[in-house]
Every structure is written in C-alpha cells, then in structure tokens.
Design a protein around this ligand. Structure first.
Ligand code: UGA
Length: 439
C-alpha cells in the first residue's frame, strides 16, 4: 500500500513540501490552523508568491492526490507519516526561537496518531527538540509512534526545484524502520543520486543551523570587506570575483550589499547563539554576533549614505526605494533590509515611496502608513534619491535615461551592486554603491 503523508503547517516550506510529495505520487493532506489559507490552497491557488508552485499544486489537487484541511485529527487518521513544517519565528523580546507552533502541533496530533506512525520534523529548531518531542509522544501517543528529523534546505524563489532536486537529504533517526520509511518517501530523489545522509537527532538538527550560519557568515564576510573597501577606495565586487575563483572559497553568496534578511538567516543565527548559550557552548558562536552586527550595520550605513547624498537632511526630500521583499522572486518581506531602510528614512522625515513587483501587499500589512506604488516610473516620479534595495530583474532593465526624465534630482544608491554604474552615470546620475568607489 502506498504511504499516505501529512504536512502540518502550509507556509512557504509546508505548502511546497505537500505539493512536491504529491508530485512524487503520494496521497498527501496539508494542515493549517488558518482556514483562509486552507480554503485558498484547496482551490489550487498559492496564498504567497513562489515561482512554479501553483502548477504543481493545481496538478496534484486535480489528480486527487492532494487536499488541505484545518483538522489535525483528520491528518492523524489519514496519514502514516507526518511532516512538521510549522514556523519557528524569533520569540518577541528574546533572541531564541518561539517553539509554540512545533510543540502545539505535535501535542494536537498525539492523541489521534495511529500506532507506528512516524512524526518527521522539518522546521528549523534548537538542537534537542527531536528528543523532547520523542519524550512527549512516548507519554501521550499510541504504541510504536516514532520521531525522525529531516531538515529542509529549500530557498524561497526556488522552493519547488530545491525540493524535487535537493543538494542532499539529511535524516536523523533512531531506528532502521524510520530510515527505511524515509528512504521510501524519497525513493524518486535517491534514484537521481541525491546524497542521503543518515545521522542521529542532534546532528540532523545542527546541520540545518550550521548551514544557515555558514551562509550568513559568508555574506557578512563580504560585507565586512565592503566596509574596508569603502575606507580604502577599493571595489568589493572585483575583490569578490577575484577571491571566488579559488574553489575553496567559491563565488556564490559573495554578493556584497544591504545584507541578508528574510524569515530564516537572521533569526536562525540568533536562535543558534541562544541555544549554544543554554548548552554552555556560547563562546563557540561569539562570531555570529559579529555576523549579525555587520549585517545590520549595512542598513544603518545605507541610511547614513542616503542622508549625505541628500545634503545632510531627510526632511522635505523624496526617496524612492526599489524593492520591498528580502530578496527577488519572493513576496516575503520578513526582516527585509530594503523595507527596513525605507522605514528608517521615513521615520527620519523623508517622503518615502516604495515599489516592488510582488511584495507590496505584504509590506502594506506590516507598515500600513508607508506610500506604495505599483508602477515603477510613477514610483520614481519626483524622487530626489533612488535606493535600489532588492535586485529584481525589472530594476536592472530600467532605462536610466527614461528615469532621468521623471526624477527631481539624479541620485541613485545601488544597495545590491547589480545595476550598471556607467549606464546610470551616462544618464547624469550620481551613482553610489556599497563597497565600491563613488567616483
Ligand atoms: C535560506 C537558505 O539559503 C536556505 O538554504 C534555507 O533552507 C532557508 O534559508 C531556510 O532556512 O528556510 P532564503 O531565506 O530563502 O534561504 O534566502 P537566501 O537565498 O539564502 O537569501 C537570504 C538573504 O541573503 C537575502 O536577503 C539575500 O538578499 C541575501 N544575500 C544572499 C546577500 O546579501 N548576498 C548574497 O551573496 C546572497
């Protein structure tokens, strides 16, 4: 009999996982506490922007392999394997993760679980969580219920591709049976030679935060170099290219600019430091504090640079920020560097207008008082300064000469180092970038 799967939590991770597991041929139920989200998903629509996900979702709902519900009891009775994909945001007023959704969903599931079900954690969690879940399930769930940990490495914007063609699969298990079940789930991915690593619980949990910490460190490393380049009059983009040719360093994740944001890297490094502290290993992760500081400093530096370009004062000046999302090809504005600087400049008295191809609705929910504009040329109309905060292709394709006609003053700060400096200078703009000479 084919395995039946449930996916608890249908955010970026869960909705993608549910749709992709159905794509692999399984019968899947996706569960969320939000009835609106469930209703939208059930009609085959994705309640957020993720390229390619709508097709997979629609196809599998139409095929009858995938459905959504708010009933966790239905999930427990329907499925043999349950993937926990709920959020672990930063706890308000603390550096650590808010684990209420993880433990809440496991506790809701427990009394209804069929004997021998497998509960697989995918959320990013503090090390020790799988063990804790196992203890709680032993006390409350049917016999033979087991736990496994299977961290997720997908990137927003590439979620479907990353799920169906992952770099690797990591499973933390305590039994051969759990490993075998996960091998069965991922059989089609094993056929395409996806590396499959079997570990204990804490290693599987740590792989995830270690990977995100490394990525964050790489970005902050190049942004630290950008600070030095600014002081020395050097060009960080050329420096990155030159060091990236060394295969031990590699050229990816060395794009200097406004730094990292989103719902993962910032909160993950903070939660990792907090957890290491609880374990008495806080010294080991002191450097992540610096990684976080370097990252946040790029935002304040950009606001300072903007003030300087505007002659020392924001009051009475119009600034257009291009980009609201934390990165292109997403509508996610969580901890978005560009939105963050837009808010800072607005608070300092600037008249700020924000444009984004996909993220304005989410931005308006978080900051309802900011001015938003869907049309890019209208957004740029009358600007004294343009800040390029998120590197959507649309911005690279802008014609600087056309922009020159609508702005009030020709100043641009490229916060992502992806625009063509010469093209903007040729159109009469002062082009400034992070970590590059401003001549
Ligand atoms: C990140 C990881 O890349 C995924 O592997 C992981 O699964 C995911 O977090 C997660 O934990 O769920 P994501 O948050 O989608 O994925 O975004 P990234 O593509 O990693 O970008 C993060 C941020 O770093 C963005 O704000 C981006 O603009 C910035 N970035 C990235 C740079 O500033 N420079 C770079 O060179 C690369």
């Amino acid at each position: 009999m084919t395995l039946r799967l449930s996916v608890i939590g249908t955010g970026y991770l869960g909705a993608t996982h549910a749709a992709c597991m159905a794509e692999l041929g399984f019968e899947v139920i996706g569960i969320d506490v939000d009835p609106n989200k469930v209703a939208i998903l059930q009609t085959g629509k994705v309640p957020f922007y993720e390229p390619g996900l709508d097709e997979v979702l629609e196809r599998n709902i139409a095929a009858g392999r995938l459905h959504f519900s708010t009933s966790i009891q239905e999930a427990a009775e329907f499925a043999d394997i349950h993937f926990i994909c709920v959020g672990t945001p930063q706890l308000a007023g603390a550096q650590k993760a808010d684990m209420s959704q993880v433990f809440g969903s496991v506790e809701a599931l427990a009394p209804y679980l069929k004997p021998n079900s497998l509960v697989v954690g995918k959320s990013t969690v503090p090390v020790g969580t799988a063990n804790e879940i196992e203890l709680r399930l032993k006390a409350t769930a049917a016999t033979g219920v087991e736990v496994a940990w299977n961290p997720e490495f997908l990137r927003e914007g590439f979620a479907v591709e990353d799920t169906l063609r992952p770099d690797r699969l990591v499973v933390g298990v305590r039994s051969q049976r759990a490993e075998d079940l996960l091998r069965e789930v991922y059989a089609p991915l094993l056929e395409i030679n996806t590396p499959f690593l079997v570990t204990d619980f804490p290693t599987a949990e740590l792989v995830k935060v270690a990977a995100n910490s490394f990525l964050a460190t790489k970005i902050s490393f190049i942004n630290a170099m950008a600070e030095v380049c600014e002081a020395a009059g050097a060009d960080v983009t050329e420096l990155a290219q030159a060091i990236g040719y060394d295969p031990r360093i590699g050229n990816r994740f060395l794009a200097a600019g406004l730094g990292f944001g989103g719902g993962c890297l910032p909160k993950d490094i903070r939660a990792f430091m907090a957890r290491a502290g609880e374990l008495g290993a806080d010294e080991a992760l002191m450097f992540l504090r610096e990684v976080d500081q370097i990252n946040l400093r790029r935002r304040t530096h950009t606001v300072d640079l903007a003030r300087k370009v505007l002659g020392g004062e924001f009051v009475g000046k119009s600034v257009t920020v291009l980009g609201a999302t934390f990165k292109p090809n997403s509508d996610d504005v969580r901890d978005s560097p560009s939105l963050d600087i837009a808010v800072a400049m607005s608070n300092a008295g600037a008249k700020v207008k924000v444009h984004d191809p996909k993220g304005l609705a989410n931005a308006a929910r978080v900051y309802p008082n900011m001015a938003y504009e869907q049309d890019v040329l209208k957004a740029l109309d009358g600007a004294d300064l343009i800040i390029h905060g998120t590197e959507w292709n649309e911005y690279r394709e802008l014609d600087p000469a056309a922009v020159a006609k609508v702005v009030n003053s020709r100043h641009i700060i490229d916060g992502r180092n992806t625009l063509d400096p010469q093209a903007w200078r040729n159109a009469g703009f002062t082009y400034r970038a992070l970590g590059r000479p401003n001549a």
